[in-house]
Design a protein around this ligand. Sequence first.
Ligand code: GLA
Length: 415
Amino acid sequence: MMKKLFLNQKQLFFLGLMLMICFQTVKSQKFAGLADTPPMGWNSWNKFACDIDENIIKGIADVMVETGLRDAGYIYLNIDDCWHGERDSQGFIQADPVKFPSGIKALADYVHSKGLKLGIYSDAGKKTCGGRPGSFGHEYQDAMQYAKWGIDYLKYDWCETQNINPQGAYNLMRDAIRAAGRPILFSMCEWGQSKPWEWAANTGHLWRTTGDITAQFDGIARFPGWQALGVLQILDMQEGLRKYAGPGHWNDPDMLEVGNGLTDNQNRAHFTMWCMIAAPLILGNDLREMTQETKDIILNKEVIGVNQDKLGIQGFKYLAKDSLDFWFKPLENDEWAFCILNRSKTQTIDYTVKWSDLNLYDDVAKKYLFFDLHEFSIRNLWTKKDEGTTKSSKAVSIPPQDVALYRLKPVLQKK
Ligand code: GLA
């Protein structure tokens, strides 16, 4: 016999409360599944700064397809600062009518037609770092506008924020994106000032850990009131942060400077280290005029594979010896990436790796790497050659400011 279900007033109240809590929980969550591995793409800032327009962006989209970058995984095409015009009479932001005469929606359609995704930039303050209108006080309107235009990625900067609380500001924009309903990857750019790695796993898909990068391998560029950091300076600042990163929430040591004037060795080392630390791979060079060497670096699928490994575990420096740093990154199927970075500006270093000196326990991944117990095959990811196994020691020669990068695979023992 069916029994009718009547709820009394108290039960109805609790049911309502439960529904409200569920709704609120869904509302205050970033979109899941958008960054299970570190995001890959291109951004206009490092090369073009404010000097952008729709033709540059379209040209970059074309080249991302023609060169195979899209198919190698670089799917986000991100416009950085200075695309903005004014807000309209209702407060909705518009694109700069001179630089983007066709509008952002038309650009998004073009980019999507190429199988790519479009990213845009805003700022939690009243103005962006380039002095354009920020999102402060317009968060929900801006998120709605981006969703309407078909935006897929938002980089959200931290200029002109005075006394704003970062957690509040970034959660507010996350909620605005969620409410607008279009899955948009949320890239937080507050330069690591409030230690976002400690609180932002449910806020953004990535958070900057430092100030801006500059196209120097080892050095600092000083400007009045601020400074930009070289590759090694940023790399060293990642120490201690790896335990906070993982699928869906990444440390962001800033965008790549590969192809922006570094030497080929430095380009290779920069790209390799960003792969070892599971950094977002956001290219920053003019893709329309790259050298073959730059192409070979950013399109090396085996090296990209280290970055995009499904475990999403950030690598770590295990040992520093003279100018050499020895890095490991746990990969799927009990494999490891192993990298030696030569920091010296002038010296090529010859070194013999005795594997048993590198036995280790990784307390973040909770994994042992015991060369005494297990043999690994060695694949050189830059020369793309197999180079024996870890049964015997290995002689390497590493040019200044360059790397050797290997993939180590367990050799199956015969019974
Ligand atoms: C800040 C960011 C940069 C870039 C500029 C744009 O400096 O950290 O990555 O977006 O603003 O003005």
